[in-house]
Design a protein around this ligand. Sequence first.
Ligand code: TYD
Length: 241
Amino acid sequence: MKQVDLLYSGKAKSVYRTDDPGVYIMKFRDDITAFDGEKKDTLGGKGRYNAEVSSFFFRYLEEHGIRTHYLESIDAASMAVRALEMIPLEIIVRNIAAGSLVRKYPFREGEPLDPPVIIIDYKSDLHHDPMLNDDLIFALRLATPEELDQIKATALAVNEILREYLDARGVTLVDFKLEFGRERGDIVLGDEISMDSMRLWDKETGASLDKDVYRFGKGDVMEAYATVAKRILSRPGGETA
Ligand code: TYD
């Protein structure tokens, strides 16, 4: 399999076509952005941490019966993935109130949400990613009712798997975002699962271990990413796997 041309370049990842039409290469770049692209930087090594964590979680989820686009890791910052027809929805699962939920609704930061809350945003820079509801998703023909049911059920299943895994490593999964696509009519988990797409707190201290460190200048971003990547890739208790 050979990398051919650039298909798409987002804020922190680039996707390349290969000589196999069913396979793309996804490269995690060192770029980091926040606040709809208003804050931007390049942090050496960041792409590798996010690629390592994402590929680990995709493999782990596959072992637990979740279909993902992951095929294999190509190098430290790139992976081969199945070519999906992406659905422009951001599926956000929240276990604890934080971020925009606290800004927009009368929740206290840190308040547990039980059962977890799913929020779905329309992935559209032009419209600034507005929140959708089921009727809008159907009216915009973004997904069928059957697809949406499957997307929500899969997002909740992923939440349970990740939450338990992270909790055993002293990390609280506050919230995270998933994106799905279609492959020959089947719903498949795509995109990434990384420190850019999850909100993670240290279970003991409550310290942020994710992109919030960058968003709000809470300390050394790369140190936070390195610490959490090491914990995620370790066995419970701290020993490296
Ligand atoms: P949210 O609290 O809605 O937004 P903000 O990060 O602005 O406070 O984010 C919830 C989670 O979803 C958080 O872990 C980051 C992730 N997320 C993304 O990865 N991309 C996005 O475009 C959005 C809206 C959220």
